[in-house]
Design a protein around this ligand. Structure first.
Ligand code: FAD
Ligand code: MLT
Ligand code: ZN
Length: 475
């Protein structure tokens, strides 16, 4: 660790101002406020200043200043994260480094099937730019109109098309990163093969702003699907949906792009709290799935979906199905699915879990966890939904209305232990796609083996010896 250069706040502001100019600095309380609270309104902090560099060179200068002065830095993209990773702590000593002004698409290369974008570009803009070039960028999340590609890579975001295309990690070929000491690592290679030693790119992806600031990325593009076919399915158990998933994969292969699941309790919550949605099926079912096929040519897609689901109906795996016949109906299905985050916020306090399990272990996990939670808290509402096709459940627990604030921490700890112990026993993960942030930092320490934790600490120490990158998050 280098010795900190002694500096006062006004001196720090002066140096940062020289680096980023008027447009790049926010110092007033009102201007800083939106950067100090997260999307869920769960974490509130205070920053000493918000810096918004316009490019990589400015970001490098900001980091040099913060490294020299030992000033902690919280990188923030669209601020849609679910784990409190982009919110400063309450000390008022941390700088928020917002990437939103680094928002240029530098290049689209249709022959190499790549798109090069700066970190602050919104995910939706990347999708549109790919589309304009006759290509497809498959990462898709409910927050795509507000989250940034830098944030997606920093959290290794998942979403609704991982089953077919993989998560953010699998969609990035190259990165540009400003290191904690201000040096710039240029790893902007659009290569599908590159075995030249340790994979630095993969180190920064998923590092949640604790190792450096991602300033740009080379992303993979895919052929544009021209047809899609979507269905909503009702089943009586999660096990039946797991069986259905296996059958649909066997029948549809790569054309199966989404297999999203929600319990009836989750659907009820959405119907209660989201405007202009209605239940897709007439009768009530314990579990539902939203299934989508897509292809670069349209012929036979709907037949394939209907054949797969028809077989499942005959076998009694599912009890009801509606296949979308119009674009509006497809949108209505997805509106229900995407309403779940907002519905939970409106419903009250929730203990959120973002877990990954081997798909074959999901049914046993759900029945054990349901029973254990109900034994602990009989009034509990379990909001179980997620990306079944990826083995990723958002197995959330809505606390009874009126749960006193002072009981929250203790209850959360007890419920986390029940759920995460079962996840660990099934060789699963306690953080599938939302990142660790501050929400799961202690849980990570509890479940990571000593050797894994030690290796992570060594990496952190060697890249960020002054411990300025997103302190209090992840590690
Ligand atoms: P932020 O929230 O700003 O930051 C998240 C983390 O990344 C922080 O630790 C921050 O320090 C770090 N960071 C941000 N930018 C950089 C950078 N350039 N360099 C280094 N570190 C950086 N997530 C999913 O995975 N799947 C979903 O299906 C999904 N659905 C969502 C639906 C809704 C309605 C909402 C609100 C959120 C959803 N999310 C989902 C969570 C969130 O949108 C993702 O985690 C997203 O990737 C965060 O991007 P962001 O730009 O908002 O990052
Ligand atoms: C989702 O799958 O909808 C998200 O990850 C958001 C959430 O968990 O609320
Ligand atoms: Zn999700």
């Amino acid at each position: 660790m280098t010795a900190p250069m002694s500096i006062t706040h006004p001196q720090l502001f002066q140096r940062l101002h020289a680096a980023v100019g008027d447009a790049g600095l926010i110092t007033d309380a009102e201007g800083k406020e939106p950067f100090e609270v997260d999307w869920l309104k769960k974490w509130h902090g205070r920053s000493c200043v918000v810096v918004r560099p316009a490019n990589t060179a400015q970001t490098a200068e900001v980091m040099r200043i913060c490294h020299e002065t030992h000033t902690p830095v919280v990188t923030q993209g669209g601020n849609t994260g679910m784990s409190g990773g982009a919110t400063p702590d309450g000390s008022g000593a941390q700088v928020v480094l917002s990437t939103v002004r680094m928002n240029a698409i530098r290049e689209v290369d249709p022959l190499n099937n790549t798109l090069t974008a700066e970190a602050g570009v919104l995910l939706a803009h990347i999708q549109e730019a790919a589309q304009e070039a006759g290509r497809f960028f498959p990462l898709s999340l409910g927050s795509e109109g507000s989250c940034t590609i830098g944030g997606n890579l920093a959290t290794n975001a998942g979403g609704i098309a991982v089953l077919r295309y993989g998560n953010a990690r699998e969609l990035a070929l190259g990165l540009e990163v400003v290191l904690p000491d201000g040096r710039v690592w240029n790893g902007m290679r659009g290569l599908r093969k590159d075995n030249t030693g340790y994979d630095l790119r993969d180190l920064f992806i998923g590092s949640e702003g604790t190792l450096g600031v991602i300033t740009a990325a080379v992303l993979k593009l895919y052929p544009r699907p021209v047809a899609r076919s979507t269905a909503w399915v009702g089943a009586e158990s999660i096990d039946a949906l797991v069986q259905l998933l296996a059958q649909m994969r066997a029948v549809c292969g790569e054309r199966l792009v989404a297999f999203e699941m929600m319990s009836n309790e989750s659907l009820e919550l959405i119907l209660q709290h989201v405007a202009d949605v209605r239940a897709p099926l007439g009768a009530s079912h314990a579990f539902h799935a939203l299934i989508e096929l897509a292809d670069t040519q349209g012929e036979g897609l709907a037949d394939l979906l209907e054949r797969g689901l028809g077989d499942a109906l005959e076998q009694g795996l599912i009890q009801d199905v509606v296949v979308s016949v119009t674009g509006a109906q497809t949108q209505a299905f997805w509106k229900i699915r995407e309403g779940i985050s907002q519905a939970q916020v409106r419903a009250g306090k929730a203990v959120k879990h973002d877990i990954a399990l081997p798909i074959s272990a999901i049914a046993a996990f759900a029945s054990q966890a349901d029973a254990a939670l109900r034994a602990e808290l009989p009034d509990v509402r379990i909001i179980n939904f997620g990306h079944l096709g990826d083995g990723n459940l958002h197995y959330n627990v809505l606390l009874p209305l009126g749960t006193p604030g002072e009981e929250l921490a203790g209850t959360t700890e007890r419920l986390n232990r029940i759920v995460h112990d079962l996840v660990a026993a099934a060789n699963g993960s306690i953080s599938a796609e939302h990142g660790v942030g501050q929400l799961r930092r202690d849980e990570l320490r509890h479940y990571k083996s000593d050797i894994e934790f030690d290796l992570m600490m060594r990496i952190k120490q060697s890249l960020d010896p002054n411990q300025i990158m997103n302190p209090g998050k992840l590690i």
